[in-house]
Design a binder for this molecule. Structure first.
Ligand code: ADP
Ligand code: MG
Length: 140
């Protein structure tokens, strides 16, 4: 299996409830290694650009407001099939549909405040990692 990197965000609903360590424990328990991590407060412009693919969706404005409502933890995760593995351990977008043991089932508050982001393809992972991290900040 190929070692891969993916991009992850611990969202404001989770940092507000002091769940960074608990989320990280689930990620690490799934075999993902946190090879870069920093706590930031996203600007509106950063959130709009990051979620630009959703800009025509009805929830876009609320999503940007939510993602800038408090600190987030941006991360690079590494492991075998890291993109798919992280999507699996995150669980479904809507926590009501998320499988037992997934981060969203364990911690999410709502379909919007769903605790984590994870890249949906290796191509998007590379773009998202480069948006938040310099190569020198990633130590595998
Ligand atoms: P995912 O994060 O699972 O990849 P999407 O890319 O479809 O999901 O959506 C991005 C984010 O937008 C979600 O994680 C969630 O925070 C928010 N979101 C998605 N769908 C809705 C919705 N119907 N109502 C409110 N917020 C939503
Ligand atoms: Mg998505």
């Amino acid at each position: 299996m190929a070692t891969e990197r993916t991009f992850s965000i611990i969202k404001p609903d989770a940092t507000r409830r002091n769940l960074t360590g608990k989320v990280n424990a689930v990620l690490e328990g799934a075999g993902l290694r946190i090879v870069a991590q920093k706590r930031i407060w996203m600007t509106t412009q950063q959130a709009e650009t990051f979620y630009g693919v959703h800009k025509e969706r009805p929830f876009f404005r609320d999503l940007v407001t939510f993602m800038t409502s408090g600190p987030v933890v941006v991360q690079v995760l590494e492991g075998d099939n890291a993109v798919a593995k992280n999507r699996e351990v995150m669980g479904a977008t809507n926590p009501a549909n998320a499988a037992e043991g997934t981060i969203r089932k364990l911690f999410a508050e709502s379909i919007e405040a769903n605790s984590v982001h994870g890249s949906d393809s290796p191509e998007n992972a590379a773009t998202e990692i480069a948006y938040f991290f310099a190569g020198t900040e990633i130590v595998g």
